[in-house]
Design a protein around this ligand. Structure first.
Ligand code: C2E
Ligand code: CA
Ligand code: CA
Ligand code: CA
Length: 274
């Protein structure tokens, strides 16, 4: 059975997850989805924590499935990753997000930046560097306007290869955000070697921030750690005004979450920001 989740898109229940037939069918459909123009990007604003406004967006992919409705990434990114389809899909996401940022810059929001999520397989080949460079050039964007978000686990798959690619990206001027920080298994030593510019605190630590002293302590340690490594600190999953104020007090630089702005299509994003 499917149902409409709080993100506004269809999600699958556990029973559907285990159906191998369903997975195979989805894979076949996913192969055609790109050609059929069924993929769309939604954009969630990133705000300055001090109330200073929107600094840009994170691109989040969705699949407008002809029969099942709007599908969230959790239903198809794992299939795309296992099948290798994530490579063409990832290229499409990067191109589409950069094309959108170009439009926003031209519309007068020339300081906005764009964040794009990368998955492990995209780190398996050095063509990522060439693809990123060519995409930025194609859309006439300065590298510092692009942030690539990687999870700790993404970059941990092949540490040396990932570090080499990350160094190549930062040398180009692209920014690197460590997504879902605090949920992975990376050592502090590894973090020290990562050429990151941003730490994104996972929403698991934000959820109960106001009544859980341990979560508050974790957030403030991450902020202190990030500060000492000269990283920008972002908190995700901000759902209440109380969380927003607390995270600002704790020293976060940027905030993201439903309370501030949900992921929406490009048109609505611009309308909300105006
Ligand atoms: P993520 O990178 O951690 O993205 C944040 C997720 O949290 C998004 O879910 C977003 O809609 C949701 N979110 C934002 N604010 C709130 C909030 O206040 N409360 C709650 N509960 N959730 C919030 P979404 O769009 O379903 O994306 C899920 C994951 O799929 C992303 O997690 C990311 O890892 C992956 N993903 C999305 N787009 C792409 C993509 O283009 N490429 C790759 N490789 N992965 C993607
Ligand atoms: Ca992300
Ligand atoms: Ca995240
Ligand atoms: Ca996450």
């Amino acid at each position: 059975t499917k149902d409409s989740g709080r993100n506004g898109y269809t999600f699958f229940t556990e029973s559907m997850h285990v159906s191998a037939n369903r997975q195979l069918k989805l894979l076949q459909e996913l192969r055609r989805a790109l050609q059929r123009d069924e993929m769309v990007l939604h954009y969630q604003p990133k705000f300055r924590a001090d109330g200073g406004g929107v600094i840009g967006a994170e691109a989040l992919v969705r699949w407008q499935h002809p029969g099942l409705g709007l599908l969230g990434p959790d239903t198809f990114i794992p299939i795309a990753e296992r099948s290798g389809l994530i490579l063409p899909l990832g290229d499409w996401v990067l191109d589409q997000a950069c094309a959108q940022l170009r439009q926003w810059h031209d519309a007068g929001h020339a300081t906005w930046s764009m964040a794009v999520n990368l998955s492990p397989l995209q780190f398996s080949s050095t063509t990522l560097l060439d693809t990123v460079k060519a995409t930025l050039e194609r859309h006439g964007l300065a590298p510092h306007h692009l942030t690539l978000e990687v999870t700790e686990t993404t970059a941990m798959q092949d540490v040396e290869a990932s570090l080499q690619i990350l160094h190549g990206l930062t040398a180009m001027g692209v920014k690197i955000s460590i997504d879902d920080f605090g949920t992975g298994y990376s050592s502090l030593l590894y973090l020290k070697r990562m050429p990151a510019t941003e730490l994104k605190i996972d929403r698991a630590f934000v959820r109960d921030l106001e009544d859980n002293a341990e979560d508050a302590a974790i957030v403030s340690s991450i902020v202190a750690l990030g500060r000492s490594l000269q990283l920008q600190i972002v908190a995700e999953g901000v759902e209440t005004a109380g969380q927003r104020d607390y995270l600002n007090e704790l020293g976060c630089d940027l905030l993201q979450g439903y309370h501030l702005g949900k992921p929406v299509d490009a048109e609505a994003f611009l309308r909300n920001a105006a």
